[in-house]
Design a binder for this molecule. Structure first.
Ligand code: ZN
Length: 187
């Protein structure tokens, strides 16, 4: 079945949605579960994908576009037209693998800032797709990383909150005009 949410992977001159950046309060608010997965949600998914591709991202969570709903879109191969994006609605992580790994992350809400973050290597995640069908996915590598990063957005957590090297964090944020005060370290 061809999904209604598939969009052309290209940069639009005027993306449909605005991406909020570090310091904007909406990024710190928790997202709500989506009760009804209907065509309105699929319209939002389409616009989020267009906005993500336009910004050269591999993932986008609804709170980043000021929509406080538990919805994320991911495409780890944005240059490959044959690779469909993954749409995760109301995702929950069922299992983490025991091994942790350190990977450099970036975020469309904190442009140009890239820093190392330690997270579990693999996950099992349960979610609903854009038609409300329950799905589970075992992910490792970039996909696992992207899902964990985007799911943090649903609880108001940003990747900079998880950076252990505080000196590098402060330097990077200052360099690109963000306030280190906007970071809320996770315990
Ligand atoms: Zn992000």
């Amino acid at each position: 079945m061809t999904s209604e949410v598939l969009v052309e992977k290209k940069k639009l001159e005027k993306p449909p949605l605005e991406i909020h950046t570090l310091g904007d309060r909406v990024l710190r608010q928790p997202a709500k579960r989506i009760a009804k997965i209907d065509s309105e949600i699929r319209d939002l998914v389409r616009e989020m994908l267009q906005t993500m591709y336009s910004a050269d991202g591999v993932g986008l969570a609804a709170p980043q576009v000021a929509v406080l709903k538990q919805l994320i879109v991911i495409d780890c191969e944005p240059d490959n037209p044959a690779n469909p994006p993954v749409v995760l609605i109301n995702p929950t992580i069922k299992r983490f693998t025991r091994d942790l790994c350190v990977v450099q992350e970036g975020c469309l809400s904190i442009p140009k800032v890239y820093l190392d973050v330690k997270r579990p290597e693999g996950i099992e995640v349960a979610y609903k797709d854009e038609y409300g069908r329950p799905q589970t996915l075992m992910a490792t590598g970039l996909l696992s990383r992207a899902i964990q990063h985007e799911m943090d957005h649903l609880t108001g957590v940003l990747f900079v909150d998880r950076v252990e090297n505080r000196l590098a964090l402060t330097q990077e944020l200052n360099k690109y005009g963000f306030s280190p005060q906007a970071v809320k370290p996770v315990p």
